[in-house]
Structures are given as structure tokens and as C-alpha cells.
Design a protein around this ligand. Structure first.
Ligand code: SF4
Length: 496
């Protein structure tokens, strides 16, 4: 009888999971992650006991493993419907079609940034603006997407130099939306140097948001973003103040681009964002595209230099938040949401299947359509291999083009060599466009992948903070997860 009871008590089965030894000398140094994205930290001994079915069912560990879908009890509980529902939530971005539509209305710009990701054209140059006809076709493509939530983002160059085209697109989209009834957000990515009263009036009337670039304090911003008048920082700040005064504080956000010089000043960059009253900062590395690639030797830095900077910046950001300011780091927020909640952020670079083309489309000024901004930038480097087609073609045709097939064949991280058995894959992405740009192959080799090295470093750093951080550190990190996601936190696990 007793023998029978013991056998019954240990009669569990394993569900698929992956593990990663964090190599940090801690007893609970093995990160195990379930197919559904839940996780636990185990010791080597516990990992061995788990796979040899030796975990005592009366322990907390057993209950955690059961609740977080690492094991199940046959005949007692069927975990598959629950797991399928969680998996469906994590991949819900797949049901909507492209939601982000980027309109490159002009390549003209007044800046001469060395790291510029696109080939800019002079302010007075011709042949670099989107035509009215191409813009009208792009609006047709936008509404062919089934997504109920749409973001229309205007980029350049400096898009405000082609404000008439922006006006045409927004008015046309809003007219058609009286029938379509989608939820549509408009964003203009701009230096804000060319803001006028007319533009502010229009933005106010049509609910337009602005996204600008602020690289840090004046000495850094002006060095990174030279203009003939040498006052890029002052003009951008003036623009930020004007948007806030006229439209409200939440109508302008800012992004940082990091040069090698920026990496020496994490605190100064963060202090600038606090001083200017922003709630969010994005510490994004230089991309391997466009002029940034050509200027690589002067401007670029290794992934480990970037991740060293990122860790220092994160420590300082957490301290700043602990002292009462609220300033979240954009990429950390996305990773935390992927780790701690059953929802996907839908962020294009952290999606599997990949977001390029499926989640976003770029309408270039010349009437070509690309699956992502990065794919468009490759064109400016003389590489046009990732063009989906012409804006006059129906969306169905663009989304069944050979390029989409190529990206999808390399776009499912769970099936990629290196990623398929990586414990971090539930929180990571595939990014075939970056691998195509850096390695000439959309699948790429993870051992030489900057994307992989960066995500591996950042994700393991965040996992260590969640495991080892004090109460305040955890509180700050949790405050960076979106509110909707926080409601579901009890079902996402971290040991503690
Ligand atoms: S890219 Fe690297 S970190 Fe991300 S899932 Fe693949 S192997 Fe893991």
C-alpha cells in the first residue's frame, strides 16, 4: 500500500522546457523557462531531481513546477488547454496584420548626423519627396490591413519639410475612418526644428503626437547632431516646449541614439531626461544601417561596450526612480513585459514570427514598399534585396512576395539554430533583417550575432536583477511594466 502511494506521489510527467546555467556562483543559478514563458530559478541538484522525477510532491517547488507548466499529473489535470490559451495570448500580435505603417514623406533634412541611418538629401534638393499619388496608394494599403489598431508614423529625412504630404495623408485617413471606425494614432518623428503655428494648429486639431530625438545635454546632442547653425539642441528643446504648451505634456516623447561618445556619459544623458520632464528614455544602440555602417570605425562600438554602458545606466536609472522620479527605459520595459506577463508587447524587433512585414510596413518616398525601416535603409546602402514591391500593388500581393517568404523562413525564433534550445527564446525575437544586414543571411549564425549577444546579455542581467535585486529594485522594475499587464502578474512567476 505504502509502495503504491509513493509511486503515485511521484507520478508526474515533464512538459517541454529549456534551461540556462547563469554561471554566477549562486546556488539557484539555473534559469528554467517553460514553453508558456513562465520561469523559475533552480539549483543543479533540483534540475537533476526534476528530470529524474524525484521532486517530492509535498514541497513548494513541486507546486511551483506544476503551476508554471514544467510538469503535469496525467489523469489528474490536463495542462494543454491552459497552455494553449497562454501561448495564444503571447502570440496574439499574429491575428491583426500590419499595425504600424511608416510613411517616409521625404529624405530631405537640415542635419548632417554622422550616424544617420538613411541617406539624407539637402533641404532644397528635389526628387526626394513622396508624391501625392504614392501617398494616396499608401492610404489604400493601410486600410487593406485587417488590424483594428493602426499607427501611422511619418519619418524622413525631416518629415516636417514635407508637411503638405503629411496633411494630405492624415485628412484622407480620417475621412475614410468615418466609415472604417478603426483606432488610429498619428505620430510625426521629427527634430521639431521646423515647427510652425500652422503645424501646431493642425496637430492640435487632428490629435497628432510627436516623437523627437534628444541625445543628452547640449554638448553631446550638438556633437552627435550637427547643423550649420550649431544649435540643434536648443532648437529641439524649443520645439518640445512649444508642443507641450500647445498640445499637452504627453504629446511629445523622445528617443536617444548612442554614439561611442555617448557611452561615456550615462548619468548626464539620464539627468537630461529627468530635467526635461520625460517619463521614458530609450537607450538604443546604433544600428548597422545606412551612414552608420559607413562611419562604423569612428562611431560604432562593440556589443560588450554597449551592454556595459546599459548596465551602468540601468543602475543609475533605478537609483533615480528610487529617489522619486519616474523614468523608465524603453527596451527594459519591453523585455520585462515579455518576462513577467502573458502578453506580447508586439514590438517589431522582439517578435517571433518576426514583425517585419507582418507587423509593420514602410512606404518609401519613391513608391517602394519595405517590410521595415531597416530594410529600407539597406536600400540606401545600395542593397535593394528586401523590397516587397510597389505601393500601387494590393496588400495581399505585397504580403505574399518572395521577400516575405524569405523573412518568414528565417523569422520563427523557436525554429532557428541556436534559438530553438535557448532558455531566453520566449522573451526574444528573430530579426531576420538585422541578420541579413550584418551577416548577409536572414537566418544568421547566433554565435556571431550582435542581436543575440545583446539580447542574451540584457535578458540575463534583468533576470539577475529580478532574482537578486532588493525590494526597491524590484518595485522600480515592476513599475515599468504596463498597467494592463500588471493585473496578470500573479500568474507570471519569479522566485522570491
Ligand atoms: S537570439 Fe540569442 S538570446 Fe535570443 S533566443 Fe536566440 S539564442 Fe537566445
Amino acid at each position: 500500500m505504502q509502495v503504491h502511494l509513493i509511486a503515485k506521489e511521484t507520478n508526474y510527467r515533464l512538459l517541454p522546457f529549456r534551461f540556462l546555467r547563469m554561471d554566477d556562483g549562486r546556488q539557484d543559478g539555473v534559469l528554467v523557462t517553460a514553453e508558456t514563458g513562465e520561469y523559475l530559478f533552480l539549483s543543479d541538484t533540483e534540475l537533476n531531481q526534476l528530470v529524474h522525477k524525484q521532486i517530492d510532491r509535498h514541497t513548494k517547488l513541486y507546486r511551483d513546477l506544476l503551476a508554471r507548466h514544467f510538469i503535469y499529473e496525467p489523469g489528474v489535470h490536463d495542462p494543454l488547454p491552459e497552455m494553449a490559451a497562454q501561448y495564444r495570448s503571447r502570440k496574439s500580435f499574429m491575428f491583426g496584420g500590419p499595425a504600424l505603417h511608416l510613411f517616409v514623406v521625404t529624405l530631405r533634412c537640415n542635419h548632417t548626423c554622422q550616424y544617420c541611418q538613411v541617406s539624407r538629401a539637402p533641404v532644397g534638393g528635389s526628387g526626394h519627396d513622396m508624391s501625392a499619388e504614392h501617398a494616396a496608394h499608401a492610404v489604400d494599403r493601410l486600410f487593406e490591413s485587417p488590424s483594428p489598431l493602426l499607427t501611422v508614423e511619418f519619418q524622413g529625412g525631416e518629415p516636417l519639410l514635407a508637411f503638405d504630404r503629411i496633411r494630405q495623408v492624415i485628412e484622407s485617413v480620417q475621412r475614410r475612418n468615418e466609415v472604417e471606425q478603426r483606432s488610429i494614432q498619428f505620430v510625426i518623428s521629427s527634430t521639431l526644428h521646423h515647427l510652425s503655428e500652422e503645424i501646431l494648429d493642425f496637430a492640435n486639431e487632428h490629435g497628432v503626437h510627436f516623437s523627437t530625438s534628444l541625445d543628452g545635454p547640449a554638448f553631446l546632442h550638438n556633437a552627435n547632431r550637427p547643423t550649420p547653425t550649431k544649435n540643434s539642441y536648443e532648437r529641439t528643446l524649443d520645439g518640445i516646449h512649444r508642443v507641450r504648451e500647445r498640445l499637452g505634456r504627453d504629446r511629445v516623447s523622445a528617443l536617444t541614439t548612442l554614439t561611442a561618445r555617448s557611452l561615456e556619459h550615462p548619468q548626464a544623458i539620464i539627468d537630461e531626461y529627468v530635467e526635461q520632464g520625460f517619463n521614458s528614455i530609450s537607450l538604443r544602440p546604433l544600428s548597422p544601417y545606412g551612414f552608420a555602417k559607413k562611419s562604423e570605425s569612428r562611431l560604432d562600438y562593440s556589443v560588450s561596450q554597449y551592454t556595459d554602458f546599459y548596465k551602468k545606466a540601468l543602475t543609475y536609472l533605478i537609483a533615480v526612480n528610487t529617489q522619486g522620479a519616474y523614468l523608465s527605459e524603453g527596451y527594459t520595459s519591453l523585455l520585462l513585459t515579455n518576462i513577467l506577463t502573458p502578453f506580447s508587447t508586439g514590438y517589431v524587433d522582439l517578435r517571433s514570427p518576426a514583425g517585419a512585414g507582418l507587423g509593420a510596413l514602410v512606404y518609401n518616398y519613391d513608391g517602394s514598399v519595405y517590410p521595415s525601416d531597416e530594410a529600407r535603409m539597406l536600400l540606401e546602402m545600395g542593397e535593394d534585396g528586401l523590397r516587397l514591391g510597389a505601393v500601387s500593388q494590393p496588400l495581399k500581393e505585397l504580403l505574399t512576395s518572395p521577400v516575405i517568404e524569405l523573412l518568414l523562413s528565417a523569422g520563427v525564433a523557436e525554429a532557428l539554430p541556436g534559438c530553438s534550445d535557448c532558455a531566453l527564446v520566449p522573451y526574444c525575437g528573430a530579426d531576420p533583417v538585422e541578420h541579413y544586414a550584418r551577416q548577409g543571411d536572414p537566418i544568421g549564425h547566433r554565435a556571431f550575432s550582435a542581436f543575440c549577444q545583446r539580447n542574451m546579455e540584457l535578458l540575463t542581467h534583468i533576470f539577475r536583477l529580478l532574482r537578486d535585486g532588493d525590494e526597491q529594485t524590484r518595485r522600480v522594475l515592476l513599475s515599468w511594466v504596463s498597467r494592463r499587464s500588471l493585473a496578470d502578474l500573479p500568474s507570471a512567476g519569479y522566485k522570491g
